[in-house]
Design a protein around this ligand. Structure first.
Ligand SMILES: [Zn+2]
Length: 247
């Protein structure tokens, strides 16, 4: 059940302790894919998994601005600090838990959010009245199986958007994106990443050639990510939430 579409009385009738909180970003994904790509992917997978799961699941509204300062040189990219992001997630999970939805999976679509999510979900679980665990859709999949790299606004993410919102993909700009793409998420030297901003290693803001994917690949990614999240929900729904005793 999507909270944003339900009434409070609908929510009151629900018998579940499970909630999904989608998180994404609003950041450039090259000249061809929308800035809402990560929020769209997280929200879509959360919706599909909630529909497939055998039982009721609350789907909270998507947190659409994340930890994305590295994209600041590309117009329109928005970001909040890690502190702000963690606080926002923690308070939102606390309000979900106050209604009895105390098992929360944060469904994430943006790589820059992952460290902050792992940290805050640990703090919530240890110190608050909820159990929270982050799940990032592309970390759940093995991209070698699909014959593409994840990239950024590359074949995988672009394919995903082609599958669910093809109107938002500018295929006529794929050549431009391929020409300006970066090779990797940084400038690696002796195991250290020397770059902090995306504009240091990608001219057009993407990594990977978006024309290497298509809507069919996107459908497969959506199906496989949904299956993974449903399996995780089944495990989380049955997990013993008591913390270990002191040794
Ligand atoms: Zn993305």
């Amino acid at each position: 059940m999507h909270l944003a579409e339900a009434t409070w009385t609908d929510a009151d009738d629900l018998e579940t302790d499970l909630a999904l909180l989608p998180t994404g970003s609003t950041e450039q994904h090259g000249p061809h894919a929308p800035m809402g790509t990560d929020a769209l992917s997280a929200e879509t997978i959360a919706s599909e998994a909630a529909a497939r799961f055998d039982g009721e699941v609350v789907v909270a509204p998507t947190v659409a601005v994340g930890v994305s300062e590295e994209h600041r040189h590309f117009t329109g990219s928005l970001w909040v600090s890690e502190d702000t992001f963690r606080s926002y997630i923690r308070d939102t999970v606390a309000s979900l838990a106050s209604h009895g939805w105390e098992r929360v999976v944060v469904v994430n679509g943006h790589g820059g959010n992952t460290d902050a999510l792992r940290e805050v979900c640990g703090a919530i679980t240890r110190q608050d009245d909820a159990y929270a665990v982050p799940w990032t859709w592309f970390d759940a999949l093995d991209f070698e199986e699909y014959g593409v790299d994840l990239g950024h606004g590359g074949p995988a993410e672009t394919a995903f958007v082609q599958a669910v919102r093809s109107d938002l993909v500018r295929e006529e700009r794929f050549d431009e994106a391929a020409t300006g793409a970066g090779d990797a998420f940084g400038e690696f030297e002796q195991g250290s990443n020397l770059a902090y901003d995306f504009a240091e290693f990608s001219e057009t803001g993407n990594i990977g050639d978006p024309s290497d994917g298509d809507a069919q690949l996107g459908e497969q990614l959506l199906a496989d990510a949904t299956e993974s999240l449903v399996a995780l929900l089944e495990t989380v729904s049955e997990r013993d939430l008591t913390r270990p005793a002191h040794r």
